[in-house]
Design a protein around this ligand. Structure first.
Ligand SMILES: NC(=O)c1ccc[n+]([C@@H]2O[C@H](COP(=O)([O-])OP(=O)(O)OC[C@H]3O[C@@H](n4cnc5c(N)ncnc54)[C@H](OP(=O)(O)O)[C@@H]3O)[C@@H](O)[C@H]2O)c1
Length: 306
């Protein structure tokens, strides 16, 4: 397995997602051929001229199917796994995507002698968590390390950017409701990280062989309580709303009841994630170690359409 930084072709699994698409854009700007591997390659929204020129190549892959994984990465030298699943549906389970899918990618990366593998996980991933989502993320990391030990693991805190589902959802709630229901008392601490900074980190990792085998936790320049973030959105939009503390037990019941809906407004994995602080541990490598200067939420807020 070569450890050099001379990469030219990168398969990005989940390359049509919020983070994956940002990574694809960043790699393309850097002149790398980028394969966008998803189950719906026909739905990717990259400019046609890049696709025509072959710089961006949408390809089919379902990470649960190892053959399609192998075909999507064949001929490339590097791979990024940015596949996301937040709601389980039928055979689309957290275990199938975040454990088996992650393992399929790492296993095929080893089989095909891929140079570099970047696995996107999340702060707080923990094999022993009581949450099936957080537990699957933790197990996925271990399976990846076992199958491809030089993989680099990136664990972002919650991502933000003008098309995110995080701050946009907060803004939407403040738009239609006079009350804003908080997770607990809104005291969970978060370190939102700009999606483009995580894409930059992924590129830096690919270009830097010294990052192999390491795990980085990626957070923004400021730590906020959930309540402080809601207040920031209210101040930005000039709205006044009553912030209503709602116990986590109530959220869990609501999320369980909502799980029968096709698009539940709140999920059990979201509630589980909001129970614990999601900030970069002081002992971990971070954006700083990749020479990426983190962007503040306040700098990007003017670019949102709310
Ligand atoms: N968003 C956040 O705040 C956040 C925070 C921390 C960590 N992360 C991590 O960052 C990664 C990306 O998250 P995201 O928010 O960008 O996700 P996202 O927007 O929901 O995108 C998910 C991507 O995964 C693809 N996908 C889903 N199931 C697949 C399968 N079986 N086979 C192949 N592709 C599949 C989707 O495309 P198709 O549906 O077309 O297949 C899509 O491209 C995830 O690992 C997530 O846990 C995200």
């Amino acid at each position: 397995m070569a450890a050099g930084s001379n990469i030219s072709c990168v398969t990005v699994f989940g390359g049509s997602g919020f983070l994956g698409a940002e990574i694809v854009r960043r790699l393309s700007v850097d002149g790398l051929v980028t394969r966008v591997a998803t189950r719906h390659p026909e739905n990717t929204t990259f400019p046609e001229r890049y696709i025509q020129a072959g710089g961006i190549q949408p390809v089919y892959a379902d990470v649960r199917d190892e053959t399609s994984v192998a075909l999507a990465m064949e001929g490339c030298d590097s791979v990024i796994n940015a596949v996301g699943l937040y709601i389980e549906k039928g055979s689309e389970t957290f275990a199938a995507v975040h454990e088996l899918g992650a393992l399929n990618i790492a296993h095929q990366a080893a089989e095909l002698d891929i140079d570099r593998l970047v696995h996107i996980s999340g702060i707080g991933a923990d094999l022993y968590s009581g949450s099936s989502y957080v537990g699957a993320r933790g197990k996925g990391e271990l399976l990846v390390r076992d199958a491809f030990s030089p993989a680099t693991i990136l664990r972002p805190s919650v991502l933000f950017g003008p098309s995110d589902k995080f701050l946009n959802t907060l803004a939407k709630i403040t738009d239609y409701s006079p009350l804003f229901p908080l997770f607990g008392r809104g005291e969970t601490m978060l370190q939102p990280v700009y999606v483009a900074d995580v894409a930059e980190a992924a590129l830096k990792v690919l270009r830097n062989p010294g990052s192999q085998g390491k795990t980085y936790e990626l957070g923004g320049p400021r730590v906020y309580s959930y309540r402080a973030l809601v207040e920031l959105i209210l101040s930005h939009t000039g709205r006044r709303r009553l912030l209503l503390p709602v116990p986590f037990t109530v959220w869990t019941s609501l999320a369980t009841a909502a799980s029968i809906l096709p698009n539940p407004p709140v999920t059990r994995s979201q509630v589980a994630l909001m129970k614990f602080d999601n900030v970069v541990a002081k002992s971990e490598l971070s954006l700083d170690d990749l020479s990426v200067k983190p962007t503040a939420v306040e700098d990007i807020l003017p670019h949102y359409e709310f």
